[in-house]
Design a protein around this ligand. Structure first.
Ligand code: 3UK
Length: 534
């Protein structure tokens, strides 16, 4: 039975015929009708005797599981007693990664609210459509980020209350509250979070996830691929508003009684320093961050580190190689999506194959399909489709029919399966370059360029061309000490021709000081395309 008094989310689920097929075979995937994932991840761990174990560290903060529970309970009381939150209300969370941000997430979830995470850099003009779409009623916002919140608020009639944290009104309200709270007994299929996609076009899409989905994500990839232990210290860069970060830096460590380090702005240098300072053992970040860190590994003591996870975009073999050479660690690559909540194809260190993402994570099945939805033979490029115990549920969005068809979740990625069943990423389906009749995957050309020692970063797109339809164009950031001249263009073109099929070489190369990337480390190809004069 739903515990949601406010049925906003349930009323806006996709109709049953547009939901993906769900698979619940496997350990940890049979869920009781009543389930609150905050109770399962936090209160139950304390009941099992782990209350005094270290849970979250941040700048100047060291919280045990007990500490986190007490903070979250006080926040839940503030939301319910002072701000009139009823189960099912949407609560916007705005702040960089920090222990307090994690406490807010658990406070909302304990109170039966729906957490709506937002990237800290968002401006009022980006916050407004999210608040409108999710009909957010309450907001908890880092006091240093209140300006944009205040600009957004007058345009958001549903938003009734905003409290600030870090020396703000939230802490003042928490001061008088009990540290005991009885979690709202939500249903396993009550929505617990709405994550907005980092999509590049159109109105942002809100993906709804149930309490059950959170526990399913904890039951699949972590035990089967990451295999963390209770003494692990997690660290990384993805924001908690991005489900890669929420899982990797909060839910997964807690699901095994481990601890996590939440740092506000984990740039490559900050992250390297923090790994050394906190003796971190498991790191989550994006390929671009591994490339930047690899050059400076020698300046830090990273002996504590034992596992490194990469997601968000394809991990080029060159980047895997750089990192292994610098640290001795083989990266665990995994593809996940906001729609699927977390990683569904991946490979552990032992099974990792350079250039491939991996195999379906136990609990998930995957296929590469043609335009008619039929499986293509091994070695043939097609559309990646997946199903499992999590799946796409857009909040009141026509685009549900694009992501979910015939029960499959179509991620929008072009993949092939090699002869051994490994899934090899090609490109986003709408980013495939068609030049002179050839299909060329930009990331493959990027992977080739990155093998050249002069190349630090690169992005490859199709540029409109009268004769060939499109030509392959590369934007290249050189490593220090290399000249961006015509000779370098020729060198790189020849290098690509010798590394992959010659027709894939970039006919145009432009040198840049940096490339446009999202807060989550994804290359913004659309920006490269519009920046290109036609
Ligand atoms: C791309 C990858 C190749 C791919 C995410 C892990 O990235 C996440 O979610 P988003 O919704 O984007 C999803 C899309 O990003 N992608 C992600 N990982 C890989 N491509 N190799 C990879 N390893 O196009 C996918 O469809 O922002 C990643 C966990 C949770 C996430 N939300």
């Amino acid at each position: 039975m739903t515990a949601h008094v406010d049925t906003f989310a349930r009323d806006r689920l996709p109709p049953p015929e547009l939901l993906p097929e769900m698979l619940f075979d496997g350990p940890g995937l049979q869920f009781p009708a009543q389930l609150n994932c905050a109770t399962a991840l936090l209160d139950r761990r304390i009941a099992a005797g782990d209350g005094e174990r270290l849970c979250i560290q941040g700048e100047g903060i060291r919280w045990t599981y007990n500490d986190l529970q007490q903070q979250a309970n006080r926040i839940a009381h503030v939301l319910v007693q002072d701000l009139g939150l009823v189960p099912g209300n949407r609560v916007l969370l705005r702040g960089a990664n920090s222990p307090m941000m994690a406490a807010c997430w658990f406070g909302v979830v304990k109170a039966g609210g729906i957490a709506v995470g937002t990237m800290p850099l968002l401006r009022a003009r980006e916050l407004v459509p999210i608040i409108e779409k999710a009909q957010v009623t309450h907001a908890l916002c880092d006091s240093r980020l209140m300006d944009e919140m205040n600009l957004a608020a007058p345009q958001c009639p549903t938003l009734r209350h905003t409290l600030s944290f870090v020396g703000g009104t939230l802490e003042a309200a928490m001061a008088g509250k009990s540290d005991q709270f009885t979690d709202v007994p939500t249903a396993a299929d009550d929505t617990v979070l709405i994550a907005f996609t980092s999509g590049t076009t159109g109105v942002p899409k809100g993906t709804m996830h149930f309490h059950r989905d959170v526990m399913a994500a904890c039951a699949c990839w972590p035990p089967h691929v990451l295999r963390p232990v209770a003494d692990d210290v997690f660290i990384g860069s993805p924001p908690l508003a991005f489900t890669f970060g929420l899982g990797g830096l909060l839910l997964f460590p807690m699901s095994v009684g481990a601890s996590t380090v939440l740092i506000e702005k984990a740039t490559p240098d900050v992250l390297l320093q923090a790994i050394a300072q906190y003796r971190a053992t498991v790191c989550f970040t994006a390929p671009t961050s591994y490339r930047a860190m690899a050059a400076h590994v020698g300046e830090h003591d990273l002996k504590s580190l034992r596992k490194c996870v990469s997601a968000g975009e394809a991990l080029p073999a060159a980047t895997r190689g750089l990192w292994q050479e610098a640290t001795g660690i083989r990266i665990i690559d995994g593809i996940g999506s906001t729609e699927m909540l977390h990683i569904f194809i991946s490979a552990d260190e032992e099974h990792a194959r350079p250039g491939a993402t991996g195999v379906p994570v136990p609990g998930y099945v995957a296929a590469v399909l043609d335009d008619d939805g039929q499986p293509v033979p091994p070695g043939t490029v097609g559309k990646l489709a997946v199903k499992g115990p999590t799946g796409c549920k857009y909040l009141a969005d026509q685009r549900q029919t694009t992501y979910v068809r015939h029960g499959w979740n179509y991620t929008g990625d072009a993949y092939l399966v090699d002869a051994d069943g490994h899934y090899v990423y090609q490109a986003r389906t709408d980013d495939m370059i068609i030049s002179g009749g050839y299909n060329i995957a930009g990331p493959e050309v990027e992977g080739a360029l990155l093998l050249h020692p002069a190349v630090a970063e690169c992005g490859v797109i199709g540029e409109p061309d009268a004769e060939r339809g499109q030509i392959v164009k590369a934007f290249v950031v050189l490593r220090p000490g290399h000249a961006a001249d015509a000779a370098m263009v020729k060198t790189l073109q020849d290098f690509v021709k010798q590394t992959v099929a010659p027709y894939k070489y970039p006919r145009a190369i432009e040198f840049r000081a940096q490339l446009p990337r999202t807060e989550t480390g994804k290359l913004q190809r659309f920006k490269l395309k519009t920046e290109t004069p036609t």
